[in-house]
Design a protein around this ligand. Sequence first.
Ligand code: ADP
Length: 401
Amino acid sequence: MTTLPVALTLNAGSSSLKFSLFDISGAPTQMAIGLVENIGKQPRLKADLGEALPAVARELKPEDAVDHTAALATVLALLRGSFPGAKASVVGHRVVHGGPHFAEPMVVTDQVMAELKRLSPFAPIHQPHNIAGIEAARAAFPEALQVACFDTAFHRHHPKANDVFALPREYYDKGIRRYGFHGLSYEYVSGELKRIAPQIHAGRVVVAHLGNGASMCGILGGRSVASTMGFTALDGLPMGTRCGQVDPGVIFYMVQQEGRSIDEVRDIFYTKSGLLGLSGISNDMRILESAGVPEANEAIDYFVFRIRRELGGLAAALGGLDALVFCGGIGENSRKIRRRICDAMDWIGLELDHDRNDKNARVISTDFSRARIMVVPTNEEIVIARAAKRLSAMPEAAAAE
Ligand code: ADP
């Protein structure tokens, strides 16, 4: 049997492991995508294995995904059974935090691994799971190259004024900086703009990544200038369960006046706030859109209000606006939210074409709109697969292993 060179991409969350398989014999093409969710509890496996094979959606035995290592073994059994000729020579990992120095994807050496562990306190909710995913993959594929791709990397060239908080200087040196996240998504969208609309790519673009996690990024000539997320993936826009921007004084109040522990406050900010907290109903935009009750509407009102406000701020940072681009589950699918964000935005040059918006077209602004409005479905996995292929083709990368 001939072997097919493939790259496996992994995105390990707190209780989930998302995976994709790419044929990398030419430009990476996706062969399979899926996830194990509810790891450590009542795990489920879902996978789309391409047109030739049936999709998978089944409950797993708890021991099949008791942790990330077991979940990866389950995924590998599925992929090996489905694609017997495929040989993974490289595994690409989504890693949330690359700290001040990792501005590019890196081959994971022991030294890089040590640095990723050192960065864990910067992203305590995400980084340990990303590291667990890398460790599981290293054990499962000792001979494969492991490549780490960072959500912070796209933003590492922010101008200094947008990299700092107005705290005593020593904190900047300690790494307390405005990192920004969702960088793999922004890199993909920016790359797509370069391909399909090069004159827009060369200009002033705001990308709104609106999913369960949500942020916006101001991009000038393909480079991130400012983003709504800061030191952690908590800042900026309200999200499914995360609060977005709040006055830090609220933390002091909760701790000092309400007697809450820091862990409780963190839990409130990360898991009980955002759309869920405001509505008291759900973190899921589809449910809120169809709920038709004042609490759900208020949560949506706040979401839209913050996006519109940040759009103005990012356009100011860019010195104007040539395009607003939507991506993420809400940005790609919710006509209503896009319409409300763009309503009466002609002052900034945006004029929505309602018909195009209702059809989920790629360009949804009118022909007369001064700035273009677009929908570009994001694909973080392919950014990882491309980096994995690129680094595995570099002799010094192989030597680093
Ligand atoms: P994640 O950040 O977990 O990758 P997604 O990008 O998949 O999240 O986005 C999930 C969000 O997208 C959910 O709030 C979901 O309700 C919303 N969404 C998906 N499809 C639609 C739709 N047709 N209309 C409104 N919201 C949608």
